[in-house]
Design a protein around this ligand. Structure first.
Ligand code: ARG
Length: 461
């Protein structure tokens, strides 16, 4: 009655609000190319099962290619109320092009359940590969900056209190290490996504002995989902991708927060290019880091998409339930946000102006108190004792109201006679960072080694 694909057993009309509530074509049209590729592979495999003759297959393939060109050209006319989703829309149009008799054979043994799972996995795999390339671009921007700015020394913070001097490049590479971990995990996620559910039917498998492996190979899948019920019920691959995206954005958010701090007048370490800032409608002097604030803020949205889908899926019984359609929009939006965010982050970084003199001016001699303690360690004094002695030097400087490096040799020796004539050489920030030469430290050599490791991660696909 309804003209719907599944209309055979229905006599009553569907509520029009229900129709709008149920349809997914306005967003799953994004999957048109994957849907067509999956259908061509399915039709080809059905020549071997004997369902289609070679000429029927050729007609279906040519018809589907025409449907694809219509989507590409923007001429595909969605039939409202009939085209419920991308799968029904493409099949309806195929029937108009090649005739319903042949088109009607395509769906033999297939269900929209394995079809949508196939489309989603293909789409997500390709989208994540694009995300991977953009993440690599961000890592390259980090590596380039780290190499170029290796001479700059700034305060390193714990509790957002000045701790010890570090190279600016070392800070850059700390996020490089976070993002390199993300890249490594992403490559695993893509591997998990890239398994084929096609040929699993509605839930129980295929009755015509279809060759799932050859379809998977044609579609570039790297193996099969091994159980037909799991194949149609599973949206873990989207959840995992969004969990990954949430962790990525967590890192992007922390990175942004650091740069927001560093760009304030109070720090003054960096300035964003105009292209990534905006002004105030009231205060003429303002230049706000909107790019970084959005990167930080979008982290919340991305978490929400992940949590939302987990909530949607959590109570669903085996196997397919319409709740699973709720996976599509968050997935599309999530990936778009990741792609935009990675590009904005890379561009902000590449165009950032850095002020090494401001970084240097933010360093204070008390940040070398640990170095002072370590000086005595090298004279054979146990660290616990040197920590105490250096603490007394800090207190002395505070009481005298002078910077620690302006204490006289005599004053230092009065605190502990083991301070030698060379002790004043400790008050040198460059010396301090160069002392941290063990692997992973902030000496120039150790930083350049980290850049090498990062470049290896970037190259190692
Ligand atoms: N649009 C649906 C989705 O995204 C396609 C699957 C429909 N399957 C079904 N049995 N109603 O989940």
């Amino acid at each position: 009655a309804s003209g719907k694909l599944w209309g055979g057993r229905f006599t009553g009309e569907i509520d029009s609000l229900m129709m709008a509530y149920n349809e997914s074509i306005h967003f799953d049209r994004a999957l048109y190319a994957q849907d067509i590729a999956g259908s061509i592979a399915y039709a080809r495999a059905n020549v071997a099962t004997g369902i289609l003759t070679p000429s029927e297959f050729s007609a279906i393939e040519a018809g589907l290619q025409q449907v694809r060109s219509e989507w590409e050209a923007g001429t595909f006319a969605i039939n409202p109320g009939v085209d419920e989703d991308i799968h029904t829309a493409n099949e309806r149009r195929l029937g108009e092009i090649i005739g319903k008799d042949t088109a009607g054979k395509l769906h033999t043994g297939r269900s929209r359940n394995d079809q949508v799972a196939t489309d989603l996995r293909l789409w997500l795999r390709d989208a994540l590969r694009e995300v991977e390339a953009l993440l690599v671009d961000l890592l390259k921007a980090i590596a380039i900056r780290a190499e170029q700015d290796v001479a700059f020394v700034m305060p390193g913070y714990t509790h957002l209190q000045r701790g010890q001097p570090v190279r600016w490049s070392h800070w850059l590479l700390s996020y490089g290490a976070f993002f390199a971990g993300d890249l490594d995990r992403l490559r695993d996620v893509i591997r998990h996504v890239n398994k084929s559910p096609l040929g699993c039917g509605a839930l129980s498998g295929n009755a015509f002995n279809i060759d799932r492996a050859s379809m998977a190979a044609e579609l570039g899948f790297d193996g099969l989902v091994p159980n037909s019920m799991a194949a149609v019920a599973d949206r873990d691959f989207i959840i995992e991708a969004m969990q990954w995206g949430a962790a990525l954005m967590l890192h992007v958010s922390r990175w942004s927060e650091d740069l927001i701090c560093y760009s304030t007048a109070e720090f003054g370490f960096v300035r964003l290019a105009d292209a990534y800032t905006t002004g105030s409608s009231l205060m003429p002097q303002k230049k706000n880091c909107d790019s970084l604030e959005l990167l930080r803020g979008k982290c919340g949205r991305v978490f929400g998409q992940m949590a939302g889908l987990m909530m949607s899926v959590k109570g669903t019984p085996m196997t397919y339930n319409k709740d699973l359609q709720e996976s599509v929009e968050p997935m599309l939006e999530h990936v778009k946000t990741l792609k935009d965010s990675l590009q904005i982050a890379a561009r902000v970084l590449a165009t950032l102006t850095v002020f090494p003199d401001k970084m240097l001016a933010a360093l204070t001699p008390d940040m070398l108190a640990t170095d002072l303690a370590e000086y005595l360690v090298r004279k054979g004094v146990p660290f616990r004792e040197t920590h105490h002695i250096a603490g007394r030097v800090v207190a002395l400087a505070e009481n005298e109201d002078i910077p620690m490096d302006k204490l006289s040799l005599g004053q230092l020796k009065a605190v502990d006679e083991r301070f030698g004539d060379d002790v004043l050489s400790v008050f040198d920030y460059e010396r301090s960072v160069e002392m941290k030469n063990a692997v992973g430290g902030t000496s120039k050599h150790a930083v350049l080694e980290q850049i090498k490791i990062l470049n290896g991660v970037i190259a190692g696909g």
